[in-house]
Design a protein around this ligand. Structure first.
Ligand SMILES: Nc1ncnc2c1ncn2[C@@H]1O[C@H](COP(=O)(O)OP(=O)(O)OP(=O)(O)O)[C@@H](O)[C@H]1O
Ligand SMILES: [Mg+2]
Length: 566
């Protein structure tokens, strides 16, 4: 309802909302009711604080100072016993909330305004500084989770871009930004389950105005992760390979996907591959999984685990190409058999999951000199990567250099893992565009972080840091003894023909490509003219059998130098 204020013709028409005069009693009772409603809401949201506020005056009135001291002592001793007996629930209900409250007051509130404006997350509107608001701080054993209300005109991508700066602004090295609640609602059981599910629906509802900043307070990945237990029957949707930075196990979904592991040399690609082999070992011995392994390093990485593998090629590139061709044949046969019946193959002993494991994939796709062989390998790999996932012929490959000219099929790997890399741009090449901005700083991996990498979990764009279990040589030998692959005549036949074939030296086959690359990378440190002068003054070494020619020429050169006018 509006009131027309202008009366004379020619006046500006002004519309003013009609004021309703309320009786004072009604207005006051309305305000009181509103405040009571807010208090009630606060009590529901903060039951622990509410209980404390009620408890202290009651205690004081009953037993004054002694009562309060006894309660305090009980609280502390009870907390210590609780932590000793059940650490996980202690962190969830006791230590976590207390630490969260403390860190909110002491760390985050004090630095909040400065951090927000220096990280570029503050804005000015009508000469007023607008800052994102810190809503909640939750702590667990390893992480601080900050719930932040964005200001108008912001979206989670603004926070994603500032991820690394946010971490350092609060004195941490690692941070992640989640646009949705980082946790899934818990599964509820029992009689109260329907009520709790309703509460969860409210707690975990989608809130587009909030963003969740997770800071790594205690780096749980500094400790080496020992080999994990081998499941008797592997769950292909959740193979435990290591530990996440939030201290939960990292589980890989291996059904209908290919996996690419990118990492610079000596960063632990081997431990990712062996952790995967270990998680599948139970299925290997029961025949549910067949491992076809290609090791272009002449067997240096995988030869120790030979009994685990149904097929193994490590001697010649011909043999490796044959192995890939055979995988393509299996793929075609399965397509003919399964087409029209199922859309995704489910592994069984009769029709096992075939996992083609390739270490140093670049040796097959880029460094191999024989162009015809390289093309043959590229064709097979292209087919396997584009059509193999659905029929249970999967590729798991490791490589050092993720550039397109080294690995043209990068985008055909749906699951990717980035270990320590050398350049910023390589992070996005392995994990996908924008991964580094969202906190996957794989190019800044410290020296101790062997076997530590970033992964993208199913359905979330945010990367998660993981440490893979470290499998020693003894563990490999033990695994090979306990979980050998069942003998299969087809595998044996393929292997015999492969091993009887002439064996060109794989290193020699790669040598021209590698030497060309190294000669490009390792230019002389001294200018050529200076190096030549220094060479002339070199004293000739003692004459030994077999290098007479070299010594003679050295002596002749020296003579020449001595005869030259200075
Ligand atoms: N998960 C791990 N935990 C602790 N240390 C590890 C882990 N993985 C690897 N390392 C250490 O890093 C070293 C290199 O590991 P690995 O051989 O697996 O690396 P790589 O990336 O395969 O190297 P290359 O490129 O030479 O094949 C190992 O000798 C080991 O000492
Ligand atoms: Mg290796």
């Amino acid at each position: 309802m509006h009131q027309v204020v202008a009366e004379r013709p020619g006046d500006l028409m002004v519309f003013r909302p009609r004021r309703v005069e309320l009786p004072i009693g009604l207005a006051v009772s309305g305000m009181v009711l509103r405040s009571l409603f807010r208090v009630l809401l606060w009590c529901i949201r903060h039951p622990r604080r509410c209980a404390l506020i009620v408890l202290w005056p009651v205690l004081w009135s009953l037993a004054q100072r002694t009562g309060v001291l006894v309660a305090l002592a009980l609280f502390l001793v009870g907390g210590a016993v609780w932590r000793w007996k059940h650490r996980a629930s202690w962190w969830r209900f006791y230590g976590g909330p207390l630490l969260g409250w403390w860190r909110r007051q002491v760390i985050y509130r004090r630095a909040w305004n400065e951090a927000m404006s220096l990280c570029g997350l503050a804005k000015i509107h009508n000469a007023e500084v607008k800052l994102p608001r810190l809503v909640k701080v939750q702590c667990d054993e390893a992480l601080d989770r900050l719930t932040v209300r964005m200001i108008r005109g912001q979206n989670p991508a603004d926070f994603h871009r500032a991820t690394v700066n946010l971490a350092y602004a609060f004195g941490r090295r690692q941070a992640r930004v989640f646009s949705e609640h980082p946790d899934d609602p818990p599964t509820r059981h029992g009689r109260l389950a329907p009520v709790l599910r309703c509460v969860d629906r409210v707690r975990f509802r989608d809130r587009p105005t909030l963003v969740y900043v997770v800071l790594v307070r205690t780096d749980a990945l500094r400790k080496i992760v020992p080999p994990l237990p081998v499941p008797h029957v592997p769950d292909f949707t959740a193979l435990a390979l290591g530990v996440r930075e939030d201290m939960r196990p990292y589980r890989l979904h291996l059904l209908a996907t290919h996996v690419l592991i990118g990492g610079a040399t000596r960063r632990g690609k081997g431990s990712v591959l062996w952790s995967l082999v270990r998680s599948l070992a139970g299925g290997v011995s029961s025949g549910l999984v067949r491992l076809w392994v290609i090791d272009p390093k002449g067997g240096m990485e995988f030869a120790m685990g030979r009994p685990l593998f149904a097929r193994f090629a490590y001697k010649s590139f011909e043999a490796m190409a044959d192995l890939l061709d055979e995988a393509v044949e299996v793929l075609k046969a399965r397509q003919d058999r399964l087409g029209g019946h199922v859309r995704v193959h489910s592994p069984s002993v009769e029709d096992p999951l075939i996992v083609v494991v390739i270490d140093e994939m670049a040796a097959l796709t880029a460094y191999l000199q024989d162009a015809a062989l390289r093309k043959r390998i590229a064709n097979s790999l292209g087919l396997l990567l584009s059509q193999g996932a659905g029929v249970g012929v999967l590729v798991v490959a490791a490589l050092q250099d993720p550039r397109k000219d080294i690995l043209p099929f990068r985008n055909l790997f749906p699951t990717r893992i980035a270990l320590g890399l050398t350049e910023e741009s390589e992070v996005d090449m392995v994990l996908g565009d924008g991964a580094r901005d969202r906190g996957a700083i794989a190019d800044q991996m410290p020296r101790w972080a062997k076997g530590v990498g970033y992964v993208i979990l199913d359905g979330t764009p945010e990367p998660v840091r993981v440490r893979f279990s470290y499998i020693t040589d003894d563990d490999i030998v033990d695994m090979a003894q306990r979980y050998p692959a069942p003998a299969d005549p087809a595998d044996m036949l393929a292997q015999i023909t492969r091993e009887l074939a002439p064996e060109p030296d794989p290193v020699a086959q790669m040598a021209p490509a590698i030497s060309e690359q190294t000669s490009r990378d390792h230019r002389p440190l001294l200018p050529k003219a200076l190096a030549d002068v220094l060479k002339r003054f070199e004293t000739p070494g003692p004459r030994t059998a077999g290098n007479g020619e070299a010594d003679e020429s050295g002596a002749a050169e020296n003579k020449g130098v001595a005869g030259e006018p200075s």
